[in-house]
Design a protein. Structure first.
Length: 222
């Protein structure tokens, strides 16, 4: 390469002409090109998230999580109702445990509780073929639950199901010589029956009336 001013040949590594001192034009251009091509000389082109962008991203993620949670809860509500309608009270009860707002179940909320607790002992009673003392215990446990949940069942609308179960147990006990009315009243007086949640809402007179109602389920009773 030659100097543009005096025409003398320039050294390869010199920045100025050794003859006239003129600066080589290609030096600044080369340095500029090196600066453009050298990764160490570049300023990172990747944009960092600003605080506003980070908050916006967090809001979006949170919104997605909330909508997913609401969808999951909605599916649980529908699942619990469907299981109850299929008479799978235990599965409906276990599903209800994961529902945050049980009020969204409406009347199903109390129905699930009532039928789960009533059928818990009743299913054990039905699964036993013998007429031994243990089966009678489960029969009385079932009747106890029916009495205890009567008021709740009336309010929620599943009283027919409760009475049906109680009738089956009452007839079975009656055939084996049990005095339903006397036994219920005696056990109630001794506080050996757990009338929860009825005990928190019903008076003694109401409980007595409920016991009379179930006693009348006995065949040929007045």
């Amino acid at each position: 390469m030659y100097c543009k001013n005096c025409g003398q040949e320039l050294s390869e590594d010199g920045m100025f002409c050794s003859h006239c001192g003129t600066k080589r034009e290609d030096v600044s251009e080369n340095l500029s090109e090196v600066s453009k091509d050298d990764p160490s000389a570049k300023i990172s082109k990747s944009k960092k998230f600003t605080m506003k962008q980070q908050i916006g991203a967090m809001i979006i993620v949170l919104a997605i999580a909330i909508f997913a949670f609401i969808g999951w809860q909605y599916s649980l509500v529908n699942k619990a109702k469907s299981l109850y309608d299929k008479n799978d009270y235990e599965a409906a009860y276990n599903t209800k445990k994961f529902i945050m707002n049980t009020a969204s179940l409406g009347d199903y909320k109390d129905n699930i509780d009532v039928m789960y607790n009533v059928t818990l002992e009743y299913n054990r009673f039905r699964q036993m073929d013998s007429d031994d003392r243990l089966r009678q215990v489960f029969a009385w446990f079932t009747l106890q639950k029916c009495v205890g949940y009567t008021l709740v069942a009336q309010e929620s609308g599943c009283i027919d199901e409760v009475v049906y179960i109680a009738s089956d147990v009452v007839v079975w006990l009656h055939k084996r010589g049990n005095n339903i009315q006397y036994s219920l009243k005696e056990q109630y007086k001794k506080s050996s029956f757990d009338f929860i949640p009825l005990s928190d809402t019903a008076t003694d007179e109401e409980v007595e009336n409920i016991i009379d109602v179930y006693a009348k389920l006995v065949p040929d009773s007045n």
